[in-house]
Design a protein. Structure first.
Length: 323
């Protein structure tokens, strides 16, 4: 006896509120960097970046005396290169700071440039995936013309790679600079004899991120201001949204670190006060009656302004078909 299989379609009582989306195809959020506010005094576009007033209190990024003196002896008053920039300048390296150059790999192979600029340390910024595919990719130690110049490499693909390796590379840069200083603390930039070249294949995408991170750590500027400083000297940089987001993540981390450091310094100052003053804030503890009264006040305030903690606005993913 043959039977015919029949599929019975039962309509769903629910209707989809939103179209389905593939979460795996999420891209990094778009990051719009606003242009700097320029001053055209004397016909030359310039701008000044205000730096944070914090002090380096430990040696995680290098000698604190060196770092604070470097920031004080060179302000970020930048003359923008937008009017004088030429297309062929992208093949050369430019000084973002008097002792810190940014450029492409071709500049790292230019013996005349290295000698004339007095480069004493070269750092290649590379992709981890590119190095895995080609182990000799942008290896500065393999450059024939750079024999005798110390070299380092900084490889990253994600924010985790970048942040976890950043402290050691920044400290290596500052320790090298400290070894070349004629005096400490430095009083002028002429006291720093060393020059550092940071480069990637084009000098426009990956290596500017490390330079921006250096500015954010040493000078305490935010991510956008660091990008403005770099672009004012190397006008052709084109950082991707992924790399801009790396800098924004770093900015939040640095802000949190400085907040914690400031809180620790403040607590240290409190402990240095007389014992009766330092203990007085701790003695004012709330009892259970005070806590209940405080909760009652909060509830009355919420009802007074029409607020209710039990009501949460939102849209359900599905709705009844009959509605």
């Amino acid at each position: 006896m043959a039977t015919n299989d029949q599929t019975i379609s039962i309509p769903s009582p629910y209707t989809q509120s939103f179209p389905y989306s593939d979460k795996r195809q999420f891209e990094s959020p778009r990051v719009h960097v606003p242009p700097p506010i320029l001053d055209y005094q004397d016909g030359k576009p310039s701008f000044h970046v205000t730096t944070d007033t914090f002090k380096h209190t430990n040696a995680e990024y290098g000698n604190p005396v060196l770092l604070d003196s470097m920031r004080s002896c060179h302000s970020l008053h930048m003359i923008h290169s937008m009017l004088s920039w030429r297309y062929e300048m992208r093949r050369a390296a430019q000084p973002v700071l008097p002792y810190l150059y940014l450029g492409p790999s071709s500049a790292a192979r230019d013996h005349a440039f290295l000698e004339a600029s007095g480069i004493t340390l070269m750092i290649a910024v590379r992709s981890v995936k590119a190095v895995q595919a080609r182990p000799a990719f942008l290896n500065p130690a393999s450059f024939i013309l750079t024999s005798g110049i110390p070299t380092l490499s900084f490889d990253f693909d994600s924010t985790y790679d970048f942040v976890s390796k950043l402290r050691s590379i920044i400290k290596s840069i500052n320790e090298h600079i400290e070894q070349t200083c004629t005096k400490l603390p430095v009083e002028t930039v002429s006291d720093i004899a060393g020059k550092v070249l940071i480069f990637c294949e084009s000098g426009n995408n990956r290596s500017p991120v490390l330079v921006a991170a250096y500015l954010m750590i040493i000078y305490g500027v935010d991510a956008f201001s660091a990008i403005h400083v770099i672009q004012s000297q190397r006008f052709c940089i084109t950082m991707s949204d992924d790399l801009k987001n790396v800098l924004l993540d770093l900015q939040h981390i640095l802000e949190a670190q400085r907040t914690v450091s400031a809180a620790k310094a403040q607590s240290t100052d409190l402990y240095s006060l007389p014992s009766q003053l330092s203990r007085s804030p701790l003695s004012a503890k709330r009892n259970l009656d005070d806590m209940e009264a405080s909760d009652d006040d909060m509830e009355s305030d919420s009802s007074e302004y029409g607020l209710s903690c039990s009501i949460r606005e939102g849209v359900a993913p599905f709705t009844d078909s009959g509605d």
